[in-house]
Design a binder for this molecule. Structure first.
Ligand SMILES: [Zn+2]
Length: 629
């Protein structure tokens, strides 16, 4: 059935041992470690298939026949095949894993020789997991030593007693270069295994040293409870490393899949049909101890699509029973990012995602310390649907006191409502959104329908108004015209201020061309005015429309009664710039909304920084533009 997979570097496992492993492995137990199973009648079990996307269970397990089969995608096999497919193990690794579970001592044959090897080289995963298990014991023993006092104090300060530390396997990486490395080498683990597993690393001189030193250690387990890595917290001031260090990517540790606490939380997650996502190891501990046993945390990375994949199988995400994902956040910025991300990542989860923002910027661990277990349970109970949370945040970015602000907020919010999977809920949200914006229901409804028919995505951003705007109807165009008139008609008065604003600040293309022509003849400040000045600008124009416009603007009356003064010029120029800056702010906000903050963190923060300085500039210009009018 598996052909050549049986014989590999590890040597061939005896056929009768493989048969014994098959016979002794309970397929229901093996599969239910990763897939939530329930009765399908007739002694069979069913669940959501881990190998294809589905909403109703077509993945069937027959404990009597010791096989599994998916009617949806056709995958199937025995317990060995399940581990190979689900955990990406080789045949030998799968057999070794099952043998270890069932307490079977495997015997190996090499080539034609039937002599069993005394110490079989096991599959790589098995070896790395064994090395981690030994490291857990080592670090745990170190936690009781004198040097580990800061680690014990750290745990105590955060409300964790000895029993809590033991339950989570907390340990201490000692102040030594290679104590763990030597310990594991003595236990028979090879140089390569320790490096590959991320427990040790080569020093500059080439000798092998411990990866973690002088840190509080949390073992990180996969869903089956195997330790696959560590999280390490800084304890000493003179440690110039980051606050948290994690195991690097290894063959068994993939941070995009890892959820700290999942091994302890999985049964409750399945039972309660919900999961609480917190931010750190201490938050997971605090939640579990406060009787929120469904808490998990990502390790050194943001919550992403792969994590959803891991949770879906445990949550039993089906139509029969909806699973809930509750994110807790201690600050609004993070919450906002996560909310936007959840919309991008997995639409199917939107309706089941909730946000719990803790009061006073406290994480669950702080909250438990300050206000007790009940406050942690309250935090989770007071969750808010993601849609409500996201709408609130989008709207809060706009000034609802202005028509522009309300319309812009509506345009940004409508796609979120359009994305709500449960169509029956949409009218409710349309009403809510209209109320929050202070608008009639009808335009909001139209905007949502429009967004629904052309869902915005990264390649298809929310519609912006067409760039071809009528020249005079638009306030920005009007003020651009006025500035150009001042330059042509009153160059002595307006010249210096006019020249300070570049062509790129004009939005209308014909205005850009005229502004460029003024620059081409040396700027307005050098001119004395009159027909010669107008002619020279006209001659410098690159296109006919601009030439015609120069003639028009040279004679069109200014929009001021009486003669223009420096204040009028200053106000006009400030309005022009303000229009340009707010246009750039609008573009930037739209861009920020489309940046994925997980994949493009730097771009996201850079855009935010730019936005803040533009907004500051806009405020100053607004004051200047309001001056005297
Ligand atoms: Zn399937």
């Amino acid at each position: 059935m598996y052909g050549e997979g049986v014989a590999d570097m590890a040597g061939r496992i005896r056929d009768e041992d493989i048969a014994l492993v098959r016979e002794r492995s309970s397929i229901a137990d093996v599969i239910s470690e990763t897939v939530t199973l329930k009765s399908a009648g007739g002694g069979n079990l069913k669940g959501l298939c881990p190998f294809h996307d589905e909403k109703s269970p077509s993945f069937n397990v027959s404990p009597a026949r010791n096989v599994w089969y998916c009617f949806g995608c056709g995958a199937g096999g025995d317990a060995i095949k399940f581990l190979m497919d689900a955990e990406h193990l080789s045949f030998v690794e799968s057999v070794e894993r099952l043998a270890a579970r069932a307490g079977i001592q495997l015997r190996y044959v090499e080539g034609d020789s039937a002599a069993p090897r005394p110490r079989p080289q096991q599959g790589q995963r098995q070896r790395l997991v064994a090395a981690h298990a030994a490291a857990v014991e080592f670090y745990r023993a170190q936690l009781t030593t004198a040097g580990a006092r800061p680690a014990r104090e750290f745990l105590a300060r955060r409300g964790f007693d000895r029993a809590a530390a033991e339950r989570y396997g907390c340990g201490f990486a000692p102040d030594a270069w290679d104590l763990l490395t030597k310990h594991l080498r003595q236990q028979g683990f090879t140089h390569d295994e320790l490096v590959t597993g991320g427990l040790s690393r080569p020093s500059r001189s080439g000798t092998l040293i411990d990866r973690f030193r002088r840190r509080l250690m949390w073992p990180i387990r996969d869903i089956t409870g195997d330790v696959i890595g560590f999280g390490a917290r800084k304890l000493f001031e003179d440690d110039d490393g980051p606050k948290y260090l994690n195991t690097p990517e290894t063959p068994i540790y993939k941070k995009s899949h890892v959820l700290y606490g999942i091994d302890q939380a999985k049964r409750e997650i399945a039972k309660q049909g919900k999961v609480v996502v917190v931010e750190g190891y201490t938050d997971v501990m605090a939640c579990h101890l406060a009787d929120v046993p469904t808490a998990v945390a990502t390790c050194g990375t943001a919550f992403g699509a792969d994590h959803i994949g891991v949770l879906r199988r445990v949550l039993f995400d089906s139509d029969e029973r909806a699973g809930e994902i509750i994110f807790t956040f201690d600050g609004d910025a993070a919450g906002q990012k996560a909310a936007l991300r959840a919309f991008e990542d997995d639409q199917r989860f939107v309706g089941r995602t909730f946000i719990a923002v803790s009061p006073d910027n406290m994480d669950p661990c702080d909250l438990r310390l300050a206000k007790g277990d009940m406050a942690v349970r309250d935090l989770v109970a007071r969750r808010e649907p993601l849609v409500d949370f996201a709408l609130r945040h989008v709207i809060s970015r706009y000034d609802l006191d202005t028509v522009d602000g309300r319309v812009e907020a509506m345009r940004r919010a409508a796609p979120l409502v359009a994305k709500i999977k449960d169509r029956e809920k949409r009218p409710e949200y349309v009403r809510k959104l209209a109320g929050d914006l202070g608008m009639e229901i009808e335009p909001v409804q139209r905007a949502v329908l429009a967004a629904a028919s052309a869902p915005p995505g990264r390649d298809n951003p929310p519609a912006r108004p067409a760039p071809a705007e009528p020249v005079v109807d638009n306030p920005q165009s009007m003020v651009e015209r006025e500035a150009l008139k001042l330059a042509l008609q009153e160059p002595v008065l307006a010249g210096p201020m006019f020249d300070a604003v570049e062509a790129s600040e004009y939005r209308h293309p014909v205005h850009v061309a005229v502004r460029a022509a003024v620059a081409a003849v040396g700027g307005a400040a050098t001119a004395t005015g009159g027909a010669v000045w107008i002619e020279s600008v006209r001659d410098a124009c690159e296109d006919l429309a601009a030439r015609a416009l120069v003639g028009e603007l040279a004679v069109e009356p200014l929009r001021i009664d009486g003669d223009p003064d420096p204040r009028y010029v200053s106000v006009t120029i400030a309005r022009l710039q303000w229009g340009s800056v707010t246009g750039r702010i609008r573009d930037l906000k739209s861009r920020i909304q489309r940046i994925n903050p997980v994949n493009n963190k730097d771009e996201y923060f850079a855009a935010f920084g730019e936005l803040l300085s533009l907004e500051q500039h806009a405020r100053a210009l607004r004051e200047q533009a309001a001056g005297g009018l």
